[in-house]
Write a protein that binds this ligand. Structure first.
Ligand SMILES: CCCCCCCCCCC/C=C/C(=O)SCCNC(=O)CCNC(=O)[C@H](O)C(C)(C)COP(=O)(O)OP(=O)(O)OC[C@H]1O[C@@H](n2cnc3c(N)ncnc32)[C@H](O)[C@@H]1OP(=O)(O)O
Length: 243
């Protein structure tokens, strides 16, 4: 699955809806046993949640958007397929979440590419299920420090921390992703799927059990005037950076 929503593959409501529909089709196709996620936009895997979906909109819109974000994560983290992220560009926040939610992450070894859950830098907070996914990948200590600082890690640092599993030159990325996929698909599906489910079930169940509460927390948090101000300032900063 190739993300192609220029300029930065931000995760808008439309993007997420298409992502979920695409994933469901693949999940229901008995001939499809694995998916590689990558980007068709140069230098960007995904810039994370589309900030314009969380800024200056109605409470109803925030709730609809957040349910879509939850749905994307539930489907991907709970997928029966082998999921490999071929990270060929920067991947902050929600973009990093997509990579973390896969079974395996391969990143291009470009020192300009960054990845991490940088929410704290925007004055917002990664919800518990972002945090759980991060902890399950890198462990508690690394996740705690990285989340509190809202760190964006270079590709080599991300590899050192275990945030990504492998680094490769750009030209080798697709070949490597295909080789990893073949390795994972060599196992019997039922054994791999039951093992994956055993490893992820508690974290998935936690969101399922608290889904509406999590929507309300998001809506209350994001609609605070102080948070809206932080998001507006962040968007301004992104625009100014270009001038
Ligand atoms: C009590 C607890 C309760 C908890 C409740 C929950 C709380 C809320 C949780 C919310 C979780 C949020 C997760 C997120 O994903 S937030 C998004 C974070 N993303 C970022 O910080 C990345 C921002 N973007 C960048 O750093 C750069 O754009 C990037 C490195 C990705 C690319 O740089 P480049 O120089 O190539 O491109 P530009 O910066 O010039 O960007 C091009 C245009 O795209 C716009 N843009 C970029 N990112 C976004 C985005 N995420 N959303 C919307 N728009 C984005 C940018 O403004 C440029 O637009 P213009 O061309 O119009 O200027």
């Amino acid at each position: 699955m190739k993300f192609k929503s220029p300029p930065v593959n931000s995760l808008s409501l439309d993007f997420i809806t298409e992502f979920c529909i695409g994933l469901e089709k693949l999940e229901n196709n008995r001939e499809c046993r694995g998916v590689i996620f990558t980007s068709a936009v140069p230098n960007i895997f995904s810039s994370g949640l589309d900030i314009t979906e969380m800024c200056g909109k109605s409470m109803e819109h925030y709730a609809e958007f957040w349910r879509a974000v939850q749905e994307m994560w539930l489907r991907l983290y709970g997928s029966n397929m082998v999921t490999v992220a071929a990270v060929n560009g920067s991947s902050p926040a929600g973009g990093c979440l997509i990579a973390l939610t896969c079974d395996y992450r391969i990143m291009v070894e470009n020192p300009k590419f960054v990845i991490g859950l940088n929410e704290a830098q925007l004055g917002i907070v990664a919800p518990f299920w972002f945090k759980d996914t991060f902890v399950n990948t890198v462990g508690h200590r690394v996740a705690e420090r990285s989340l509190q600082l809202g760190s964006l890690h270079s590709a080599s640092e991300a590899h050192r921390l275990g945030l990504v599993d492998e680094l490769v030159p750009e030209v080798k990325l697709q070949e490597k992703a295909a080789a990893v996929m073949a390795q994972w698909l060599a196992l019997p599906d039922h054994a791999r799927q039951l093992t994956k489910s055993m490893m992820r079930k508690a974290v998935l169940d936690r969101l399922v059990a608290h889904r509406e509460e999590d929507v309300q927390n998001f809506v209350n948090f994001i609609s605070k005037e102080s948070i809206q101000k932080s998001l507006r300032m962040y968007m301004e900063m992104l625009k100014k950076k270009k001038r």
